[in-house]
Design a protein around this ligand. Structure first.
Ligand code: BG6
Ligand code: MG
Length: 219
């Protein structure tokens, strides 16, 4: 491969909104008397809002109609909104801005690839709304991760080949999506959980361009 572009997932990679998603889903689960742990939450990471709700309802064998499901999803999003609407640029995770700037200086394109429909609001709160060459998010992508659509859309928007992209992901579903798209993938998080990634680090602060080139043996 030659490194043409890097695609960043948002929630749990650039910012710790994965925590806010967890807290909001936990609140909904409690209201429905469903047990919901951090471990259960791993399976929701990267997954769309409605698919996440389905996973929670299925875990308790709860069958409800679509209208009620829509209401639950809206309620969860209202709670989630209370967290993200208060965010500031201080919440950008360590190493993110350094890596983005490092890549830009080297002429490597950068994109955002997220399932979230709240992406525009979060980027605005973080002051990152103009930081990316392309943004593929839950507002334009139809098929949720692990489907590769979000990453293939980002590559197409940047005019680069999928095999020349590296994806940064904190979710099992996202790593699968990246690999199905034919891209290289760095897992951001626990090496116990993200075993399918090509390489795993605890955060973007552990990476720089030189290391990326070394990991994937790019000349
Ligand atoms: C992903 C998160 O980035 O976005 C998931 O990892 C979330 O947890 C999904 O469900 C959809 O987000 P939103 O903001 O549209 O509800
Ligand atoms: Mg994520």
């Amino acid at each position: 491969m030659s490194l043409e572009a890097c695609i960043f997932d948002l929630d749990g990679v650039l910012v710790d909104t994965a925590r806010y998603h967890f807290l909001a889903w936990k609140r909904l689960a409690a209201q429905l008397n469903i047990k919901f742990t951090e471990e259960d939450n791993e399976h929701l990471k990267g997954v769309s809002r409605m698919d996440s709700l389905e996973i929670i309802l299925n875990s308790a064998n709860l069958k409800i109609d679509q209208k009620t499901k829509d209401e639950y999803a809206d309620q969860k999003n209202r709670w989630y909104f209370e967290y993200i609407n208060r965010m500031t640029p201080d919440e950008i995770l360590p190493g993110s801005l350094d890596l983005i700037n490092d890549l830009k200086k080297a002429g490597i394109k950068i994109a955002l690839g997220s399932a979230s429909r709240n992406t525009p609001l979060i980027l605005e709160r973080l002051g990152l709304e103009n930081a990316f060459d392309a943004i593929a998010d839950g507002n334009i992508v139809l098929k949720a991760k692990p489907d590769p659509e979000v990453f293939l859309t980002a590559a197409r928007m940047m005019g680069v080949n999928p095999e020349d992209c590296i994806v940064f992901e904190d979710a099992i579903a996202g790593i699968r999506a990246a690999k199905t798209a034919g891209m290289m993938c760095i897992g951001i998080g626990s090496d116990q959980v993200l075993t399918e990634a090509h390489y795993i680090v605890t955060g973007l602060d552990k990476l720089d361009l030189k290391l990326l080139l070394k990991i994937f043996n790019i000349k």
